[in-house]
Write a protein that binds this ligand. Structure first.
Ligand SMILES: Cc1cc2nc3c(=O)[nH]c(=O)nc-3n(C[C@H](O)[C@H](O)[C@H](O)COP(=O)(O)OP(=O)(O)OC[C@H]3O[C@@H](n4cnc5c(N)ncnc54)[C@H](O)[C@@H]3O)c2cc1C
Length: 388
């Protein structure tokens, strides 16, 4: 599988010669992304899921269509459009939807850093000329007290030296990059604060293969071991990282709802697809398409409202986002199971979309923040409201 991934990478050319169009027209961006997703991504979904094909070529086209621009301040901070494009991509391939989210939040880190060196790299990133993901699962859990920080940093002249291993980071390859966070240690080894930086996966880093996963095999997911990796000022996203993470975490989690929404809508599509031939007996199943569609519409409407104010730092806003993300994961699990039941043997074929979506939905439920992590965080936030 990993050999195939490496070979695929070698075959993929992501070179584009022109700078991006302005992507000012929401309807055109969405229509173009939907067309690429339907015509190019959907036929590749089996290859991505089963053969570990890393679809950078298709992601480059999505980038050129504006799929990764809308949420950026420099392109109008249009989170509703960013959610809509992520939904459209995930509807046809959850793996590419997840990588699109990773790419989007990486762009978010770069822009919100305000670092001129990272801002200079941003246009190529949003246009799908260069690619980068996010290694924030471990830090997100570490910052809330679930586990220990995997990367440690020491201050040195002109920057930091970072060591440790991130166990699984997707949408990366040699020559690409990802957002990362390390805990800074003082000279005596005691903790000081955290830094966030853009980890360039250059010749200093040897990516390590992960064990085979039950799904998401085309997401180019690797372990990143670092030994005294030098982080320069040009790579710095935030120092200290704490306030930065507080500021972007609502947007980070909210954008994931687009992956859930796509998996749910794709599942409903699969149910409707077999209504003409199986509707007479499928009517006896629970979680019928109209019921699921109503639940989906409610989730999407709430997401679009929250998307109007992605940097609202209030506790109520964050609780709403966490709750929505949890419900999105739960409805993904329910809708994908229902799609399999509705499609019957067709859906049980290895090549079928419903059985792939079941694994995509499971991923939505376990990727950070996993359902258990979301509930931990909500309980923590609610408890803060209790009198001491
Ligand atoms: C396909 C895939 C892609 C991913 N992509 C990214 C990404 O792009 N960026 C990112 O930051 N994270 C990524 N992750 C990690 C993911 O977001 C979760 O953090 C991870 O699945 C652990 O989830 P959890 O919170 O349920 O922790 P749990 O499963 O409850 O585990 C807690 C901790 O135990 C350790 N652990 C558990 N099982 C194992 C194991 N088999 N091997 C090693 N350690 C283990 C890990 O430290 C883990 O964080 C990916 C995971 C998968 C499976």
């Amino acid at each position: 599988m990993k050999e195939r991934k490496a070979m695929n990478r070698a075959l993929v050319s992501t070179e584009v010669s022109t700078k991006p169009a302005p992507w000012a027209d929401d309807a055109k961006v969405l229509a173009d992304v939907a067309e690429i997703s339907r015509q190019q991504l959907a036929p590749a979904a089996y290859r991505i899921d089963h053969e570990g094909y890393y679809p950078l070529d298709i992601m480059a086209k999505l980038g050129q269509a504006g799929a990764y621009a809308a949420h950026q301040d420099r392109y109008g901070c249009r989170y509703p459009l960013a959610l809509a494009t992520m939904t459209e991509i995930s509807r046809h391939c959850g793996s590419t939807g997840f990588m699109s989210w990773a790419h989007d939040v990486c762009g978010l880190y770069m822009e919100q850093s305000g670092n001129p060196a990272l801002l200079a790299r941003l246009d190529d990133h949003v246009a799908g000329i260069t690619f980068g993901g996010t290694g924030l699962s471990n830090p997100m859990k570490a910052l809330t007290g679930i586990e220990k920080m995997a990367l440690k940093a020491k201050k040195v002249a002109g920057g930091y030296r970072v060591s440790g291993t991130l166990p699984w980071v997707s949408h990366i390859a040699t020559g690409q990059y990802c957002g990362a966070i390390a805990a800074v240690e003082k000279g005596d080894g005691s903790p000081s604060h955290e830094i966030m930086f853009l980890l360039d996966l250059d010749e200093r880093v040897t990516l390590r293969a992960c064990p085979e996963f039950s799904g998401m095999e085309g997401t180019s997911t690797w372990a990143i071991p670092l030994v005294d990796y030098f982080v320069s000022e040009d790579q710095m996203i935030a120092d200290p990282a704490g306030p930065f993470v507080q500021r972007i975490r609502g947007a980070f989690v909210l954008l994931q709802v687009g992956i859930a929404a796509g998996v749910i809508q794709g599942s409903i599509d699969s149910i409707r697809e077999v209504e003409p031939v199986l509707g007479h007996v499928n009517q006896y199943l629970h979680d019928r398409p109209d019921e699921l569609q109503a639940e989906y519409d409610d989730i999407l409407a709430r997401a679009m409202t929250l998307a109007e104010t992605p940097f609202d730092g209030s506790k109520d806003y964050l609780l709403d986002v966490l709750d929505l993300r949890t419900q999105g994961a739960e409805l993904s699990l329910k809708a994908s199971t229902s799609a399999l039941l509705h499609q019957g043997a067709r859906g049980y074929l290895m090549s079928s979309a419903p059985q792939r979506r079941i694994r995509e939905a499971q991923f939505v439920a376990i990727v950070t923040p996993a359902i258990k992590h979301l509930r931990w965080e909500m309980a923590k936030l609610m408890n803060e409201e209790l009198p001491a």
